[in-house]
Design a protein around this ligand. Structure first.
Ligand SMILES: Nc1ncnc2c1ncn2[C@@H]1O[C@H](COP(=O)(O)OP(=O)(O)OP(=O)(O)O)[C@@H](O)[C@H]1O
Ligand SMILES: [Mg+2]
Length: 354
């Protein structure tokens, strides 16, 4: 990593990147010759590098496909793997002991903020108490929930930098029942500079979020598109990470650097940090390009890739303009369904790992 304070900034060239992880095992399937798409069997998985061109043959189905075997039917999901059925979540019996999750990708415009809002709203629909943390000086999460950045009295900047400001004074309702927001605006950009001089500068967010852990079930942190000190603070405060990746050709560039940053934070600052999953966003299964990128994503990250993908739809921009999650703005849209399914998949992964 580069940078005077030891943190890297935006991006890196592909030639500087360390190789991706070896491919983890796919979910066991009973009869791989029948259940896996044919092109998957022919590929030398794991041998390709980031620089190589995308292979021409798409293996990923454009939509869910049912494959019949002798005694069972298997549904192949949009990632080309058999799609599990995720259980309907039951609301928690008691609140507190929150799990903290950061949405991280130093690439801009990949769906971090959209995922924070809509995953949060879906989890709140399932009865979880959710706190969203806007940790980006752009303040998109706050704006996306209808707040005016110019009229905010207190923001997360005050919480980080002023010892006499308490969490409850800064938290505001999000407009969604069961979901609150720690807002942010451009003031937060000053914190990145000021924090450099603080003692335990990487642990500042963790310290100020401590009271929230007692009250909420899930805390989702929306990071800015950088791997600087604010993002390292978010990773230090988190139990796990979700990496949204736009399903387009350059999606995987920079992911190796992100992985290195997560590994370093785990080694030096936060041993409990896990990767919950990589989320394909803005997926268009009708295009060859979308399907090829999805295929490469699964080659590179294996079962870390969520079975759920978020499809491209203009309803997301519309709901941002309306200042509310898609789950309420267009409750029965495919976008809302995608995020509800992601919430189920995330809950199932957490229960499996508990
Ligand atoms: N599935 C989707 N389909 C169509 N548009 C989408 C989708 N997801 C997000 N968008 C749009 O793409 C743009 C970028 O999304 P978003 O703000 O969530 O990305 P981000 O990673 O948070 O960006 P930044 O790095 O700047 O914070 C927004 O205009 C959003 O409405
Ligand atoms: Mg954002």
């Amino acid at each position: 990593m580069s940078g005077a304070d030891g943190y890297s900034g935006h991006g890196t060239s592909a030639s500087e990147m360390p190789p991706l992880n070896p491919v983890p095992q796919q979910s066991p399937v009973r009869d791989a010759t029948v259940l896996r798409p044919a092109a998957f069997q022919d590929q030398a998985v794991g041998e390709r590098t980031l620089e190589e061109p995308v292979a021409p043959a798409p293996a990923v189905p454009t939509q869910e496909v049912t494959v019949s075997t002798l005694d069972e039917e298997v549904v192949l999901g949009p990632t080309g793997r058999p799609l599990p059925v995720f259980p309907e979540p039951s609301p928690p019996t008691a609140h507190g002991r929150a799990r903290v999750i950061s949405m991280v990708n130093q690439k801009g415009g990949v769906g971090k903020t959209t995922t924070t809002i809509n995953l949060g709203a879906s989890l709140a629909e399932f009865g979880y108490k959710v706190l969203l943390v806007d940790f980006d000086p752009q303040g998109s999460l706050s704006v996306g929930l209808g707040l005016n950045p110019h009229t905010m009295e207190l923001t997360i900047y005050n919480l980080l930098m002023q010892r006499d400001v308490e969490l409850d004074e800064v938290v505001v309702p999000s407009g969604v029942e069961g979901m609150d927001l720690l807002p942010s605006n451009i003031d937060l950009s000053a914190a990145e500079v000021q924090l450099v001089h603080e003692v335990a500068r990487e642990q500042t967010l963790q310290r100020v979020l401590a009271p929230a852990i007692e009250k909420y079930d899930i805390v989702l942190i929306d990071c800015q598109p950088s791997l600087g000190l604010l993002t390292v603070n978010a990773l230090t405060a988190s139990d796990s990470v979700i990496v949204p990746l736009e399903c387009e050709y350059f999606a995987l560039r920079g992911v190796a650097l992100l992985k290195t940053t997560i590994d370093k934070v785990r080694e030096r600052l936060n041993p409990r940090l896990e990767i919950d999953g990589v989320l394909g966003t803005m997926f268009d299964g009708r295009t060859l390009h979308g399907r090829e990128v999805m295929e490469r994503l699964v080659e590179a990250w294996g079962d870390t890739v969520f079975h759920t993908v978020i499809r491209r739809t203009v309803k997301f921009s519309d709901s941002t303009v309306a200042g509310e999650p898609i789950t309420s703005y267009a409750s029965s849209s495919s976008g809302a369904d995608n995020y509800r399914q992601l919430a189920k998949e995330v809950l199932a992964r957490w229960q499996r790992d508990a």
